[in-house]
Design a protein around this ligand. Sequence first.
Ligand code: BGC
Length: 733
Amino acid sequence: MKRKILLLLVLGQVLYIGSVAGQKMIYKDSEASVEARVKDLVSRMNLEEKILQLNQWVSGRNLNPNNVGKVVQNIPAGLGSIIYQNDNPIARNQIQKNSMENSRLGIPMLFGFDVIHGFRTVYPISLAQACSWNPDLVTKACAVAAKEAKLSGIDWTFSPMIDIARDGRWGRVAEGYGEDPYTNGVFGSASVKGYQGENLSDPYSIASCLKHFVGYGESEGGRDYHYSDISRQSLWETYLVPYEACIKAGAVTVMASFNDISGIPATANYYTLTEILKERWGFDGFVVSDWNAIDQLIDQGFASDRKEAGYKAFMSGLEMDMKDNVYLDNLAELVAEGKIPMEKIDDAVSRVLRIKFRLGLFDQPYTPVVDEQSRYLQPESRAIANKLAAESMVLLKNDAQTLPLSKSFKQIALVGPMVKNKESLIGAWATLSKADDAETIFEGLNNEFGNSVVFNYAKGCDFDGNDESGFKEALEAAQKSEIILVCLGEKKEWSGENASRSSIALPDVQEKLVEALAQTGKPIVLILSNGRPLELNRLEPLSDAILEIWQPGVAGGSALAGILSGKINPSGKLAITFPLTSGQIPIYYNMRQSARPLQGKYQDISTEPLYWFGHGLSYTAYKYNNIKLSATKIRKDEKLTAEVEVTNTGALGGKEAVLWFISDPAASITRPMKELKYFEKKEINAGEKMLYRFEIDPMRDLSFPDADGKKHLESGDFYLIVNNQKVKFELVD
Ligand code: BGC
């Protein structure tokens, strides 16, 4: 009897082991659906493993082959993610091997990094990109960045930034697409498309991350990380708009912002992170905190200690803790105390794992090792960077057709601290870029003009300080020349994070240099490289032409040279208003009407900015014919087609972006004076015309949200505004 029982037991054991061994674990089955794999994996994880997935560490800076082993040892195999501050696929693969082989369930690590405006092929900053009004080109540039990053071991970028920025003092205006919600939505979506490609699991796709959710650009006084007072009305009609568009475009992660939104910090804001993002918009990816932001809830006065900070952030809907280990240190205890339910942990882990599965990391955890030469700065990638740089540059002023430079010039003065500077042309937030990848303005011009022109170079002065000793040399260069190109601007550290400025004017020394040069009576072309709108009221009258080149990236020098020579016809238009003085801030095109439109002006200066949103000149002239509407009255369920024919009446081919605005003069909630609803850029050859069309969808283009996001479509008069035309139409029930 005993033997029989023993036999049965052994048989049972054998059968059991056999069935487990034979059964393929669903989460390892690449044929199974992502949802089935996520569910299966989560069901196998213990609490400790789950919590590890919700944490991100920083690693990789200064990683050399000698210390990879040590670095790997220090990273827990089951950790969710690291910010991989490196571009070495071999090191990444070693860290990944540790995760795949030494974590109990073999869960791959997610490698994130700030790929902001290019990886090694650095293209213009986002603010500049928006001035191109060419989202397709931005998609192409982001696809290049994704490929370079992916081949360097990165799966996830903390980009695009789609924070509406109306205060140029804030250093981070450089990182977003300007002051308009619609523009941010279009360019943000274009970049998501470029990073993520058709399919997240494609070999060169990386995950995008919308940041900073939400209202970070509204930080008081342009001071970074500060309080932002945002009414629910503004939240819905301004700050959330680009996020909703980019979530629809398929962005898979979101970063919570540093700012306190009217008393509830964005890092622990249930309304924005859960109610809006997940419940209303159906977002099924995950939210990562910003750097140390959970811990910072203590500084913000929202939590008394790290445990409370972790509890509040987690329960608000923030899934991944960037860098500060608050979750690692506290979530288990909070679960044990019954404060955090296990379902909430499971939901958070599922969100993180879902993205890892969609990226294909379980099936292809390692990065193919390709040498740097074939990875970076390929000719076709440089060509995209060049095109985008050229299309982003904005010709702000061009009196008496000073530009393009006359072919008769033999001696040109090339003056200013920007002429031979590479770092600042590359710009802020290009961490792994190499200065030598960029062409300076000096090199670009010499390559373009060859021996036909002598460029008389003088630095003149530094970016700031009081040293005017270089003015003499600059004046000598100017005296020898027929025209003066003055290249001024901002150092790259002056924009980006933690880079606020109280005034958006250039430092005195740069302005004085122009004043001195103006004494020569020679024509002056001001070339500006900067990451924010500038106060130019003193420089503008001294300049015959002004060209804004932003921080144009590696191809900035040649793109600029092409514009100066006339090979390229400038086509950029401002995506952000240039105030006359810093004191006008905030000033943006989509303001609301004042109660007394003719009064309330500044007594000391004009109330108009120097250059409005949308301003930008070209070397040719475009004539807009009258706008044609398919009807002057439509019902709410009908569409209205508007057309405008634009003729290039000049002698040079060019590209013209047509911006379509809507104005709703009377509504139950007041509306901005006008709002951009659509734009399109087309090439028009000299003497030819092009038809631009905008199909107005009332619900999409004429409705507005209330303070809870509910859309209202009200009948009444509307205006369509294009260029200098304004036509009325009526919406009826
Ligand atoms: C910035 C983010 C960035 C993160 C990771 C933070 O300080 O605000 O924009 O993605 O660091 O580097």
